[in-house]
Design a protein around this ligand. Structure first.
Ligand SMILES: Cc1ncc(COP(=O)(O)O)c(C=O)c1O
Length: 458
């Protein structure tokens, strides 16, 4: 770290409280200051270049230097830099984007609603669901079922949906009416000899038991990511979504697919819902919708959700919900151009093809002494590290090995992220097979470098 008193690093320590960072430790270690981006690479202020193996925050589909997105933003900024959709106002980028998203949806959807982040979108989903229950004369139907290790954001309701301890501890969360059911992680949680299908059936039974214990008439919705992202890239086992949806239909419970990571090509289909046969009532979209060049998120809702909301807004006089920046014209213009690029360049096909290469290369590391499980679909993957393959035991404290390997990986020119002991890979959708090879080679070198520390006796 550059310790000069007025260096960017020193000023960052002095003035900036970071997201998802140990604030005390940061005062000693300081930041990694990223200066510019180019394709799948970013460069720090010292001129070191890295493969951005997380596409930023699972989000920069088209890479870090896409001129067409800059031009789309500039054009819209010059024409109409701000407008909103309160009180029946609209503007062209928003109308175009709403139409495009509803038409792209893999199941019949009725309307798009615009927000600025995944968290806001999930809070909005909860509010819509509650509003709908009241509209239907079912005021007791307010509980939402999420999953342990699910990630849905950090605002008060979205953080409550999130099933990770660090999002609840000392924040006095979760709020009431949010329940968490089991995580679909076969490798970690299956009984000895239990097949994926059997494990999925057990999880669907867990869900049904929870619904019956709480009273089916109190359960409004179930929310899940097609593949869990921040919970460690958990790919659902065979039959999981089919069995879960059968339980939800039985009790007339709405299904919200949080497509914030999976949406727009990540899994090798346009939406994760297509990859796993999910038929949601609400889809939550963000991140790759604009490649995160500007913040924008959206909800797609079907008629089952829209119609009662329309009636209730008519009864009250307005749908009393909206964000100043929701559907911002510049962000909407960038999202439209970004989706056009994903389609024109067949980045979904690339995620399938190059994703297959990534998955195959990572699976070859399965025999490495530190690798417990390799999992993923398309261009999203995780490698879970263990000190002992048979017992799946961690190296000392959980997350210590993940942090060690992630640090070594950064020294080897790859920015990734360890979620506990799982190292995630979620590169821009433009990545090539040769670039995947460079990424996995660097990962292999990092694993080998960690081995002597984990097993000092060899
Ligand atoms: C699946 C999922 N939902 C919601 C969110 C929250 O999005 P945001 O950080 O934009 O609030 C995230 C963020 O990573 C996410 O991965």
């Amino acid at each position: 770290m550059d310790a000069r008193p007025n260096s960017p690093e020193a000023r960052d320590i002095r003035y900036h409280l970071h997201a998802y960072t140990n604030a005390r430790k940061h005062q000693e270690t300081g930041p990694l200051v990223i200066e510019k981006g180019d394709g799948i690479y970013v460069e720090d202020i010292a001129g070191n270049r890295y493969i951005e193996a997380m596409a930023g925050l699972w989000s920069v589909a088209v890479g870090f230097s896409e001129k067409r997105l800059v031009e789309a933003a500039t054009r819209q900024m010059s024409k109409l830099p701000f407008y909103h959709d309160f009180g029946s106002k609209a503007h062209s980028p928003l109308i175009d984007l709403a139409e495009k998203l509803v038409q792209m949806a893999p199941v019949p959807m009725s309307k798009a609603y615009f927000t600025n982040s995944g968290s806001e979108a999930n809070d909005t989903a909860i509010k819509m669901i509650w509003y709908r229950s009241n509209a239907l004369g079912q005021p007791a139907r307010k509980k939402i079922i999420s999953r342990k290790r699910g990630y849905h954001g950090v605002t008060i309701a979205a953080a409550s949906l999130t099933g990770l301890p660090n999002n609840h501890l000392s924040f006095d969360l979760p709020i009431a009416n949010i329940l968490h059911t089991s995580t679909p992680h076969h490798w970690r949680d299956a009984e000895p000899g239990e097949s994926e299908e059997q494990f999925s059936s057990r999880l669907a039974d867990d869900l049904e038991k929870l619904i019956l214990a709480e009273g089916p008439e109190t359960i409004a919705a179930f929310i899940g990511e097609p593949i869990m992202g921040a919970g460690g890239v958990v790919v659902p086992p065979a039959g999981y979504w089919e069995k879960i949806q059968a339980v939800l239909s039985k009790y007339d419970i709405l299904l919200v697919a949080d497509e914030v990571i999976c949406g727009f090509g990540r899994t090798g289909e346009m939406f994760g819902s297509q990859t796993f046969g999910i038929k949601p009532d609400i889809m939550v979209l963000s991140k790759q919708i604009s490649s995160s060049y500007l913040p924008i998120s959206a909800l797609l809702i079907n008629d089952k959700v829209f119609e009662p909301i329309a009636d209730e807004s008519d009864r009250i006089g307005t749908f009393g919900h909206g964000f100043t920046g929701g559907g911002h014209p510049v962000a909407a213009a960038v999202a439209l151009e970004n989706i056009k690029l994903i389609e024109e360049r067949d980045l979904v096909g690339n995620a399938r093809k190059v994703g297959a290469h990534l998955q195959a290369r990572l699976r070859k590391l399965g025999s490495h002494p530190l690798v417990g499980e390799v999992r993923g679909v398309g261009l999203i993957a995780a490698v879970e590290l263990v000190a002992d393959k048979a017992s799946k035991a961690p190296w000392g404290k959980p997350a210590a090995l993940g942090a060690l390997v992630n640090g070594l990986l950064q020294q080897n020119g790859v920015i990734s992220r360890n979620m506990g002991d799982a190292i995630a890979f979620c590169p821009p959708l433009i990545i090539t097979e040769a670039q995947v090879d460079a990424l996995v080679d660097a990962f292999e070198r990092s694993l080998d470098a960690a081995l002597p520390q984990v097993r000092p006796q060899g």
